[in-house]
Design a binder for this molecule. Structure first.
Ligand SMILES: C[S@@+](CC[C@H](N)C(=O)[O-])C[C@H]1O[C@@H](n2cnc3c(N)ncnc32)[C@H](O)[C@@H]1O
Length: 165
């Protein structure tokens, strides 16, 4: 420990902001910068406290997910990002449900009343997307996407199968 409570910790390469979170939890003030907008977004979310009311509203929003994330629904496409090459890892034959689920979830974020709640959910979705894409990628590389052979079309739960758009 090189600082005392109340002193300032600076992390000029803060990444996802773990140092800032730990500094705050130990009673320090924390300042961070990063060249990556993704890193600053993640760090901002991780260092923004949510209150009980925020969690309640996020829970209410999440409880409507079954209808909201039905893959037969039409998502809002992020055309500008797609044109720039984003989403190419989650738009394949085996990964499009991840892409569409994310689009449906992101498209309904405006139902949440505050920016910090929306950012919290965006950050959670980002983590889920990275995990999901990784999991599919690993299984696919093993020739076993969704527990089937590579030549078969993967199936999903009954209400959503074949709902690609
Ligand atoms: C290993 S991570 C930092 C981890 C963080 N310090 C921690 O303790 O959790 C390195 C970070 O440095 C950032 N970075 C690299 N070059 C930079 C630069 N010239 N200015 C600001 N940040 C930079 C990267 O974007 C990356 O997020």
């Amino acid at each position: 420990m090189f600082t005392q409570p109340g002193e300032v910790v600076l992390d000029p390469f803060m990444g996802g902001g773990t140092t800032l979170v730990e500094a705050c939890s130990l009673g320090r003030q924390a300042v961070g910068t990063d060249i990556s907008s993704l890193a600053t977004f993640t760090a901002k979310v991780k260092t923004t406290p949510l209150l009980d009311d925020d969690f309640e509203e996020i829970n209410d929003w999440a409880s409507g997910s079954e209808d909201r994330l039905n893959l037969r629904n039409h998502p809002v496409r992020a055309t500008e990002w797609i044109e720039q090459g984003y989403q190419k890892n989650i738009s394949g034959r085996n990964t499009w449900p991840i892409r569409k689920t994310l689009e449906l979830a992101l498209g309904s974020l405006e139902e949440l009343p505050s920016e910090k709640q929306r950012d919290f959910v965006r950050c959670a979705l980002l983590g889920t997307a990275q995990w999901g894409n990784c999991a599919v990628g690993i299984r696919f590389s093993q020739g076993d996407p969704f527990g089937q052979s590579v030549s078969q079309t993967p199936s999903y739960s009954p209400g959503v199968n074949g709902a690609r758009s």
